[in-house]
Ligand binder design. Sequence first.
Ligand code: PMP
Length: 386
Amino acid sequence: SFSAEVVPQAPEDPLFGLVRAFKADQHPTKVDVADEILRNDPNLDHEYAPIAGIASFTSKAAELILSAESPAIKEKRVTSVQTISGTGAVHLGALFLARFFPGTKKVYVSNPTWVNHNQIFSNVGVPVGQYPYFSKETKGLDFEGMKAAIAEAPDRSVILLHACAHNPTGVDPTLDQWKELAVLIRQKGHFPFFDTAYQGFATGDLMKDNAAVRYFVEEGFELVIAQSFAKNFGLYGERAGCFHFVTSPGPNAADTVTRVASQLAILQRSEISNPPLYGARIVSTVLNDAELFAEWEGNLRTMSGRIIEMRKVLRAKLEELGTPGTWNHITDQIGMFSFTGLTEAQVLKIREEAHVYMTKNGRISMAGLNTNNIDYFAKAVDKVVR
Ligand code: PMP
């Protein structure tokens, strides 16, 4: 973990420090001649966001993934930086660990995982290892394989975990399994790196979908979180995301957070300087308004409920058709994706013959199915599996 010594305090960026000082200055005749674009005019809609992003966005983003009652938030053990969506958050985390992580500079990701994880880490010089995740036999979690690999990894490695609705498999550990993983990760001194891109997609309940992260934080882990609002806000192209560093409780916690924040600001400054405004403003508006928040929660429930319904219908249709194999994994898996178990040859065949397009690994997005096409889809699957 980050002892009090390893991360030195970095100086504040001079220009942004000046802007901050100008904004804080209450003098009636204050004048800003530092930069024309950075005038403190509340009507100007295209000012730079602060380097760490819009505070009303990052603070609510932290509450969303950690819960407003989180001990980490109350004890000021969290520092958050607005990023270029989830990709930017994973990248900033990877860069930070590449620079400062005192343990084994190797990250272990699930096999399979979101493909971009591999290149984001390797591009900043952090080698990537894998832990087994998906069992081809059960089409569920290979929990024993996962634990064995995490146990075998060198002590104090980085372990990347999908907070919920695992991409691409749709398979998540149960809360009991998360608890076992936490024990193991603690024993090994590993550093958890959570990636959360689908909060609200697994159960439709935001506070259930963050249960794993909350558990690790309650257990006192020091960890990081890469958070995307692309999916749950439908803001894909607006690049609204957030990176959170949470330190463990202790007398040095506030100091650690301050120093880590200062270094994150340097990394951010050299990469993007200022995160984009528009998507973060939308998210901030919703997260800071009780009525809009409730409406958004309702939308998430509708959306995830529709996906769950499509899973039931698809499984029932395949079982009705007597399609060879077992299909319980369709309803056991959660979130946006399902790993159908179709082979690459079957994927190519269903594309050729039925014009059904899925990725070669047999992953389907449940969101692409609806009451109009599900019958056609089930029959097409039935045909290629026979
Ligand atoms: N992590 C995972 C697991 C994802 O599936 C995605 C999106 N496919 C992301 C992060 C980041 O996406 P974005 O940069 O669009 O937020």
